[in-house]
Ligand binder design. Structure first.
Ligand code: HEM
Length: 495
């Protein structure tokens, strides 16, 4: 009797366990950790979560399922699966999974939208303007060069060869490039207006934390409220950024456009042309504000943090800095500003930029994508609505693709003939139709910034600190891997 009760109890437990597990997996048969009820694996995702998700791949494979809150997430840790999903099966895996607050009436650009007609039109217009070198007067590359010169003058006047933290200035410079591009104006260094914009971008990014949103939005669904302060602050911040954009559009509307000078002018000209041709368009004043907000949020912090990493790594690795400076001296010299075509003759510079993208992986995981319908992928069922999280950090730090991945070594991308090797495994901007629309702009900015700075300065650590003893500590904040604060001296070149 006792024995049969134990056997029956055991069987019931097994059946209950099976159905519990099945319900937790939401119809997905990918392997993966079970996690806790309601919160899933959320408690494990503090700090360097991208590393944790990478390590879990060693147990569960290159693609696995987990729950964050009650949201179902498919984690991808390999290049091959990423390429297959985002490029080859693009229509299935490129919808968005934002918790864009439904009850808030804010203009929307394209980054929040699923991959439909509106997304396509707004994105195509934005990319064609962003990649056009001739937007504005002066042209894009002159404008970037002028911004670097302004930064240099400010540094010389303010710090006079004393150590300083370059991060806030680089964020300011990146803000200025976006403002020049979109609104044809700039903000002086030290001005409060830029500090506020940078803070609002930061707060918006904090609210997009991929782990908070699913957990807290689920809490909201279950209990009717959410305590996510980051989310509320982020909503307010988006509103403020949109407000700036709306005011700029108003200003532009009150002037006639003879020759378009910036992004807003070009969009207004496009709207007028469509009207004349009797064509419909998703481009409206409202969506223009949303696009400008997307570009600030996507482009300001990310590029500023990437340049901060570059300055850190060049200060810490003087041999890399020296070799790069030699190449700059050979190709550009010291008496003129760099031009974009100089890049073609600078393999080492390209290698440094690519290696920094790989090593730093400043955007460690993609903004969530969403599976657009129920599918069977490599014999696994992935139901519609499941989130897809591509772990770029895992790809960039996998021994499968790179020897000694934890080493910063730009020479890994130079072949025996001294040519640059573009690696298909370095994908900081993602791949497929949702690839970052700012990629070309970032390549131009980082080249022009680095080349002009190294034409004029040796980057050295403060007195008493040797380059190799500079710590490279990191923290994950607002969607990015940031290198911790460090001081650098811009010492004028005398060689
Ligand atoms: C080092 C700098 C940057 C990095 C590493 C970076 C990386 C990324 C990544 C990984 C994505 C996600 C793509 C996906 O969902 O698959 C993305 C999207 C995006 N980025 Fe960037 N980005 C950078 C700079 C910029 C700049 C300068 C801009 C604007 C001028 C920008 C605007 C955007 C926008 C609007 C999206 C959303 C695209 C869409 O949903 O269609 N980013 N970026």
């Amino acid at each position: 009797m006792i024995l049969s009760t134990i056997i029956l109890g055991g069987l019931l437990l097994m059946v209950a366990g099976y159905y519990w597990r099945k319900s937790i997996k939401g119809g997905c048969n990918l392997p993966g950790p079970i996690g806790f009820p309601i919160i899933g694996i959320y408690p494990f995702l503090n700090g360097e979560f991208f590393f944790y998700l990478f390590r879990m791949g060693k147990t569960y494979g290159d693609i696995y399922h987990c729950r964050i809150g009650t949201a179902n997430v498919v984690v991808v840790n390999s290049f091959e699966i990423t390429e297959d999903m985002l490029r080859k099966k693009a229509e299935l895996f490129n919808d968005r999974a934002f918790g864009t607050p439904e009850n808030i009436d804010i203009p929307v650009g394209f980054a929040e939208l699923d991959m439909r007609d509106k997304w396509k039109e707004l994105r195509n217009i934005s990319v064609s303007i962003l990649n056009n070198q001739n937007v504005g007067e002066p042209s894009l590359y002159e404008m970037i060069n002028n911004e670097v010169t302004n930064l240099r003058k400010f540094v010389e006047k303010t710090f006079q060869q004393k150590p300083f933290n370059i991060r806030p200035l680089l964020l300011h410079s990146m803000g200025n490039i976006l403002i020049s591009l979109m609104f044809n104006r700039r903000i002086e260094y030290g001005h409060k207006e830029m500090e506020t914009l940078i803070r609002n971008v930061h707060d918006t990014l904090l609210s997009m934390n991929p782990f908070h949103s699913p957990l807290f939005s689920q809490l909201k669904t279950y209990f009717g409220f959410s305590t996510d302060k980051d989310l509320f602050r982020g909503q307010e911040a988006i509103g403020k950024i949109v407000n700036i954009c709306e005011k700029e559009i108003e200003k532009h509307l009150s002037n006639s456009i003879e020759k378009p000078k910036d992004f807003i002018d070009l969009c207004l000209t496009e709207i007028e042309a469509k009207k004349q041709d009797g064509k419909t368009t998703f481009l409206t004043h409202n969506s223009m504000s949303g696009i400008c907000e997307n570009l600030f949020v996507g482009g300001l912090d990310s590029t500023g943090q990437y340049l901060t990493w570059l300055i850190h790594l060049l200060t810490k690795y003087p041999d890399v800095q020296r070799r790069l400076r030699d190449e700059i001296d050979d190709v550009i010299g010291r008496n003129r500003n760099p031009t974009l075509s100089d890049r073609d003759s600078m393999p080492y510079l390209k290698a440094v930029l690519q290696e920094t993208h790989r090593y730093a992986s400043i955007v460690p995981v993609a903004i969530f994508h969403r599976c657009s319908k129920d599918i069977t992928y490599n014999n696994y069922n992935i139901p519609a609505g499941f989130y897809i999280m591509i772990n770029y950090y895992a790809i960039h730090h996998s021994e499968r693709y790179f020897d000694n991945p934890s080493e910063f070594n730009p020479s890994r991308f130079i072949n025996q003939q001294g040519d640059f090797i573009k690696s298909k495994y370095v994908i900081p901007f993602s791949i497929g139709p949702r690839v970052c629309p700012g990629e070309v702009l970032v390549q131009r900015e980082s080249f022009l910034f680095l080349a002009q700075i190294l034409q004029h300065y040796n980057l050295i650590p403060p007195k008493g600190i040797s380059p190799e003893s500079m710590p490279t500590t990191i923290r994950y904040e607002a969607g990015g891997i940031l290198v911790s604060d460090f001081d650098v001296v811009f010492s004028p070149r005398t060689d």
